[in-house]
Ligand binder design. Structure first.
Ligand code: AMP
Length: 276
């Protein structure tokens, strides 16, 4: 695997050696099977796969979360080599940002719904870094996880609005055997938190099994109650949303997704399930 830390290195590399289909998997590292699933899918659909590892400061609205975000780069490199990733792009913050850079991308309602409401500015940081990464890597196909469903919609909107020649692929959520969605933040869960975190996937499954368009409000309310009743779990939102707009679903919606965010102990977790 080639490892590049500067924009110039990666640009020079692709200028010397044009590639038919560049597949790109942006990450913040602390790689787990969810990330590796994205790389594997990218391998199948691309000539060369670039993975980026960059803990992007502008998307963190909580400085403590940024500070304690895991950065096990040696383990990450080993994992990427095991799945035959072709290129790792692992820049420093100064390579990606000048001091006091300004950025605003008009996201409409997506900015303030769900994650946007609980993490103000988060998607501005996400679009800022992904825009930069897309310009550096120049991918033909970019792979993002359904785990961050709203993020996929945000990136899709950016690609469409800016007419970027990039195909977006959404990859399914990888879970632990007991249902917990894999996340780099799971290492912060204490054994007690870990046990109680299961209420999230359990409730999402229950909603999927019982999904009925006519009973959206009722299901949502019961799901929120189940989660709120779990010890050590503080619910931020549970929403059955329209799969296209992320507005609260109505009977007229064509696709449905249930999304949840909660604090489990000191760790904030998100998860979701497609309902049809
Ligand atoms: P992150 O490193 O958390 O920024 O995630 C990098 C990419 O991996 C994003 O597109 C995430 O949606 C995706 N991802 C994270 N966790 C999972 C998971 N459990 N299953 C599938 N994709 C995931």
């Amino acid at each position: 695997m080639k490892i590049f830390t500067t924009k110039k290195e990666i640009t020079d590399y692709f200028n010397r050696k044009p590639v038919k289909v560049i597949g790109f998997v942006p990450t913040m590292g602390a790689l787990h099977k969810g990330h590796l699933g994205l790389i594997e899918l990218a391998k199948q659909q691309s000539t060369q796969v670039v993975c980026s590892i960059f803990v992007n400061p502008t998307q963190f609205n909580d400085p403590k979360d940024l500070e304690k975000y895991p950065r096990p780069i040696a383990d990450d490199i080993r994992r990427l080599e095991e799945v035959n990733c072709d290129i790792l792009f692992n820049p420093q913050v100064t390579e990606m940002y000048d001091d006091n850079e300004k950025w605003h991308f008009e996201l409409g309602d997506l900015e303030h719904l769900l994650e946007g409401k609980f993490r103000p500015g988060h998607y501005q940081g996400v679009t800022q870094v992904v825009y930069k990464l897309f310009n550096i890597v120049k991918p033909d196909v970019a792979f993002f996880g359904q785990k961050d469903y709203q993020q996929v919609m945000v990136i899709n909107k950016m690609i469409e609005k800016l007419n970027m020649p990039i195909k977006l692929v959404m990859c399914p959520i990888e879970r632990e055997a007991d249902g917990l969605a894999m996340s780099s933040r799971n290492i912060h869960l204490t054994p007690y938190d870990r046990e109680h975190s299961l209420v999230l996937s359990r409730t999402l499954n229950w909603v999927k099994e019982n999904f009925d368009k006519a009973k959206i409000a009722e299901l949502q309310q019961q799901a929120a109650q189940l989660i709120s009743a779990e010890p050590g779990v503080e619910l931020e939102y549970f929403e059955i949303a329209d799969g296209k707009t992320l507005h609260p679903a109505t009977e007229a919606s064509e696709s449905f997704v249930a999304l949840v965010a909660a604090r489990v102990g000191k760790t904030r977790l998100i998860d979701n399930v497609l309902l049809n």
